[in-house]
Write a protein that binds this ligand. Structure first.
Ligand code: ZN
Length: 255
């Protein structure tokens, strides 16, 4: 997408951590269809864990306007080793490497690393300073806020919908975590934001429904959404393909 195209685009559908979950992706797309988004941004971890890496990668290749890589995209395409992963993630990475069509592997291998600038906000997978770093807690977010070059950064990786707001107070950031998410959140000029749309394909915030957000850059409002999807079908596929059972169970528990 060209710079000019980006400037003309105002409502962004933001997806992260789809993790080869075709049913969750489709439920999100059905839910988002009536919300007038004009471009699709993807924060990485397209594959890994889930049973449909080829279908999901093909969809992202065809429809997402800007995509950055996640740690699972690197591991499953061979861009990085997966020996630092836990046993379950190693097993799913190995399976996904075998399963992926060569053209999808090549595409994943060449994905950009965040931060990537879109209009006046950044996209990262983990943190602004390190694509593989998690930001679960306020002190982890503070380091990210210090490094971030834009007022607003969207991130993924934790599979927790929400994020952090920072206010500069005597040269240090007073960081608060967003606990109760409002349906609509306005971006206020004096604050800095690290916002996570949540995981489409493997939520870990206690809510098993697929997560996404929409950002309207004209009104500077972010809307967070959750959507029910057919978890049972995905679980059956995970088990039928011989992927670790925990990957099926955790979809239902949402953590
Ligand atoms: Zn992930």
């Amino acid at each position: 997408m060209t710079r000019q195209h980006k400037r003309a685009t105002l409502r962004f559908l933001i997806l992260s951590d789809i993790h080869a979950n075709w049913e969750a992706l489709n439920a999100v797309l059905r839910d988002a269809a009536g919300r007038r988004h004009q471009a699709i941004l993807c924060l990485g971890d397209i594959v890994g864990y889930g049973p449909n890496p080829n279908e999901v990668t093909a969809w992202v290749r065809a429809h997402a306007d800007v995509v950055i890589r996640g740690n699972h995209d690197k591991a499953c395409s061979g861009a990085s080793a997966f020996d630092s992963f836990n046993a379950t993630a190693q097993c799913s990475s190995r399976w996904t490497r075998e399963e992926l069509l060569d053209e999808h592997t090549q595409w994943l291998l060449n994905l950009d690393r965040g931060p990537v600038l879109v209009e006046d906000f950044d996209l990262v997978h983990g943190a602004p300073d390190d694509e593989d770093r998690y930001m679960f807690h306020e002190h982890e977010a503070e380091a990210g806020l210090r490094y971030a070059s834009e007022q607003l950064t969207f991130f993924g990786h934790t599979h927790v919908q929400g994020g952090f707001v920072g206010e500069l107070y005597r040269r240090s950031f007073e960081v608060s975590r967003l606990h109760a998410l409002p349906d609509q959140m306005a971006i206020i000029p004096d604050r800095r934001y690290l916002l996570n749309p949540g995981a489409v394909g493997q939520p870990r915030d206690g809510d098993a429904r697929a997560a996404y957000c929409i950002y309207d850059s004209a009104t500077r409002v972010v809307e967070f959404f959750r959507v029910e999807y057919d978890i049972r079908t995905v679980q059956d596929k995970i088990l039928a393909r011989g992927l670790p059972q925990e990957l099926a169970f955790r979809l239902a528990s949402g953590d």
